[in-house]
Design a binder for this molecule. Structure first.
Ligand code: AGP
Length: 588
């Protein structure tokens, strides 16, 4: 939810630029404010700015600061508004701290510190941790002892980086549920993800929950939650871990939409399903959030139809609070792009604690993420780093893995999957038609998406894509459900976006569209050449390549992504960093 970076230079060079470069790669995690702190000859220096990182950069141009050790932060506000006072780093007389996560006992800690005469300048939970460290220093502890004492006092989720005036050569860091990677290379670096530090390091250590580390210019020492020294394996940094920038594209979202044929191709190449994978499975439970949840809904259609396995799809943030019944021999499939979504991680841990007969498998886009490392089995969506907050290529790669799993006993359908990359290439060529269509939608206040059967989840996903980047209120419905109430929403203005490929549901969907047409004037239909013949010119048609109807959820997602992208760009909104959002939601 927030991004953190720490750097210790090896040759006493200034670390400020490298901290900014790292924060640039982390802005997708939150952009309500940004800040950094360094230690220089005069002590602790800090600079913060509200809003996007460029505001901090502009401030630095006016008041440059220098230091050979420093920490930085991009914020997604949880406690306290997006103001400069609430921007990290939190600083006291002798300590600077950045934090990603939520401190659950901050109120009691704050009350105790206030009673001891300590004052606070922000509404954040994170500042309580900085002041707690200051109190321990005031009690005569050295930085290491103060940091360790703090770890025993706080409860909640965190990735902490702390620097102390009295110890200007060490960055102290600790992880519980919020990711931290430590980079070894040109200099020592620490970041919320590999992308933020990979430009200058050749090897990475992923810290685990309960780990804490002391990072100096010569390397890093790791300790477990009992403060015993531990060894951590190093992973080589490879290209697929590095965010390679936007290239010739104007935004990450359009770059990632365009990368889908290759992401699907690569995902098809990997992810062989072990023959015995479903042998002892009597049902499937899918846990996920947002777009990944929509992928799970499509998976349900496929699993029940082709594997005859009862499949339940649950919103992860709801699941563990409703005292669910977990039946033996359930395959729990956790779907996630980031591998760090705490709602999904906690739901997964709930299953693990309450039934040890379940197989916990993850479909994840980040191999060394918390969820991937916790799973018994991982299917990797080979989509590459996805930076745009709106998930696109990871989504179709998730569907590709789900299809490989569901069709594993159906060679004919498995073979059909090979046609997907080519069909997706062709659907990307529709961008010009979609651009024209977007002009009809960009000024609308609302939009309706309709789909049936395995395209109902894609109607939900299309609506989520549009609302989360363009801020137009969009809602997806099962087309057959319209007559039970939502049809009251149709008027001459609201765009009704219908997914209607030829196939077994065509006639039903066609009649649902006619009912909409009788009440509205802004009907848009995504279909194929066969289906297109049935529609007259009163509807706006976008004709996609014909493909096996089972694969339509993957193919029909692409034009809806393009639509959301183009509408947003036409509206002049920030398509890669939509307001209020963050790429990976690591707080509940
Ligand atoms: C995707 O467009 C959304 N930004 C969001 O719903 C996302 O899918 C959700 O937060 C789950 O994230 P995950 O896949 O990384 O777990």
């Amino acid at each position: 939810m927030c991004g953190i970076v720490g750097i210790v230079s090896k040759d006493n060079s200034n670390v400020v630029c490298d901290i900014i470069n790292g924060l640039e790669k982390l802005e997708y995690r939150g952009y309500d404010s940004a800040g950094l702190a360094v230690i220089d000859s005069t002590g602790l220096r800090r600079l913060r700015a509200v809003g996007k990182l460029e505001n901090l950069v502009n401030k630095l141009k006016i008041n440059p600061i220098y230091g050979t050790i420093g920490i930085g932060h991009t914020r997604w506000a949880t406690h306290g508004k997006a103001t400069e006072e609430n921007a990290h780093p939190m600083v006291t007389k002798d300590v600077a701290l950045v934090h990603n996560g939520i401190i659950e006992n901050y109120k009691e800690l704050k009350a105790d510190l206030s009673q001891k005469g300590y004052e606070f300048t922000s509404q954040t939970d994170s500042e309580v941790v900085a002041v707690y460290l200051q109190m321990e220093l005031d009690n005569g502890l050295r930085p290491r002892e103060a940091f360790r004492k703090m770890l025993q006092a706080v409860r909640g989720t965190y990735a902490f980086l702390a620097i102390f005036k009295a110890q200007p050569d060490i960055i102290f860091c600790a992880r519980n549920k919020s990711p931290i990677a430590v980079g070894f290379g040109k200099y020592m670096s620490i970041g919320s993800d590999v992308g933020s530090i990979s430009a200058n390091c050749s090897e990475i250590v992923y810290m685990d929950d309960g780990d804490y580390a002391e990072v100096t210019k010569d390397g890093a020492k790791f300790f477990d939650n009992g403060f015993s020294t531990i060894d951590k394996p190093r992973v080589a940094v490879t290209d697929d871990l590095v965010n390679l920038g936007k290239g010739e594209y104007s935004h990450y979202m359009i770059k990632e939409i365009m990368e889908q044929p290759s992401a699907i191709r690569k995902t098809l190449l990997g992810n062989e399903v072990p023959k015995e994978f479903f042998d002892k499975i009597s049902r499937i439970l899918i846990l996920a959030c947002g777009t990944s949840y929509h992928a799970g809904l499509v998976g349900k259609y496929w699993f029940e139809k082709y594997l005859k396995l009862p499949t339940h799809v649950e919103i992860a943030s709801e699941y563990r609070y409703r005292s669910p019944v977990i039946e033996d021999n359930t395959l729990v499939l956790v779907i996630t792009q980031s591998g760090e979504t705490i709602d999904t991680l906690e739901a997964m841990e709930y299953v693990r604690k309450n039934n040890n007969t379940c197989c916990l498998a993850a479909i994840s886009n980040v191999l060394n993420s918390a969820i991937s490392r916790s799973a018994d089995f991982v299917f990797h969506t080979e989509a590459g780093v996805e930076v745009g907050v709106a998930s696109t290529k990871a989504f179709t790669a998730q569907l590709t893995v789900l299809a490989k799993l569901a069709f594993c006993k159906n060679p004919e359908l498995l073979n059909q999957l090979q046609n997907l990359p080519m069909a997706c290439e062709s659907s990307l060529l529709l961008k010009e038609d979609i651009d024209k269509l977007s002009c009809r939608i960009k000024d609308c206040a609302n939009a309706i998406y309709l789909g049936r059967d395995n395209l109902y989840p894609i109607a939900l996903e299309g609506a989520l894509k549009l609302k989360e980047v363009s801020y137009i209120h969009a809602e997806g419905f099962a087309a057959g459900e319209m007559k039970h109430g939502p049809i009251a929403l149709i008027d001459d203005v609201v765009p009704v976006i219908c997914l209607c490929p030829s196939g077994s549901m065509f006639d039903k969907m066609f009649s649902n569209i006619q009912v909409a047409q009788a009440r509205g004037k802004n009907i848009i239909v995504f279909t194929d050449s066969m289906g297109g013949k049935s529609f007259d010119e009163s509807v706006e048609k976008i004709v996609l390549p014909s493909i096996n109807q089972e694969l339509c959820p993957i193919l029909y997602s692409i034009p809806l992504q393009l639509l959301a992208y183009t509408v947003t760009v036409l509206k002049g909104e920030d398509v890669d960093k939509p307001r209020n959002l963050a790429k990976s939601v690591t707080v509940e």
